[in-house]
Design a protein around this ligand. Sequence first.
Ligand SMILES: NC(=O)c1ccc[n+]([C@@H]2O[C@H](COP(=O)([O-])OP(=O)(O)OC[C@H]3O[C@@H](n4cnc5c(N)ncnc54)[C@H](OP(=O)(O)O)[C@@H]3O)[C@@H](O)[C@H]2O)c1
Length: 276
Amino acid sequence: MRKLRLPSGESIPVLGQGTWCMAERVGRRNEELAALRLGLDLGMTLIDTAEMYADGAAEELVGEAITGRRDEVFLVSKVLPQHASRRGTIGACTNSLRRLRTDRLDLYLLHWRESVALDETVDAFRTLMREGKIRHWGVSNLDIDDMQELIELGGEEVATDQVLYNLSRRGIEYDLLPWCRERRIPIMAYSPIEQGRLLAHPPLKVIAEKHGATPAQVALAWVLRHRGVAAIPKAGTREHVRENRAALEIRLDRDDLAMLDEAFPPPTEKRPLEVL
Ligand SMILES: NC(=O)c1ccc[n+]([C@@H]2O[C@H](COP(=O)([O-])OP(=O)(O)OC[C@H]3O[C@@H](n4cnc5c(N)ncnc54)[C@H](OP(=O)(O)O)[C@@H]3O)[C@@H](O)[C@H]2O)c1
């Protein structure tokens, strides 16, 4: 598994596993558990979840999937903005840890920014770190102005900005991605296959055929070709997990990249950060 270095020096896999929309249907539960466990077997040991997903049930599912394997996992969860006050963050983290059946998170993120001042949330993250309940903290859905504010507040240890990034959402290439790269802050790309909506795009199909691959693998290989970027696709089946893991072996060539640039042009001016 290719790795990516966090500012702390610790390495994480460039390809992880998302969990949004998991634990929403009882009939899918066993396959979702099997998919997450297979992902661990294949080295996709970064698991991304959130208190928001399925109202906590996704965290419970992850807790079950990693039982007996906690030390293999780089576990990421997120606090909702309405819980992100000094005291609320501590309470939300305690609840997440209980649902995840663990005593620590490897990375705790502010899910997105609302009215709570950033320094309150950062203070709470630091308290949680001192108490050993989280090992790193970071943010999600923060554009460059918010990131700048965070750094000015003294938040240089921010471990990642988790943002929407895929072929059809390239806005961050204009500013946020180079800004983070300069500061060695990794980007964690969410919805790397645009929740499946990229799969039917003709250029992806053409390139997939050329490589004996699938459009999902091409979409992932494209995100993963960037230095300093990790991707966290969500796969609810073992078949999709295997396929996603194999995307790491695909090398897109100059012709492929040119075709993709034509179909999904890179930004030529600032675009506000898109979110899902
Ligand atoms: N921070 C944030 O605000 C934020 C926002 C959105 C997402 N996220 C995180 O990022 C993760 C990924 O994003 P996402 O779930 O929105 O979208 P995604 O990973 O781009 O797409 C997930 C969809 O693609 C399908 N899929 C996965 N692998 C496939 C394959 N090889 N072939 C065909 N279809 C495939 C999945 O179906 P199956 O389930 O049937 O496999 C699912 O329907 C989330 O689960 C979550 O952890 C974070």
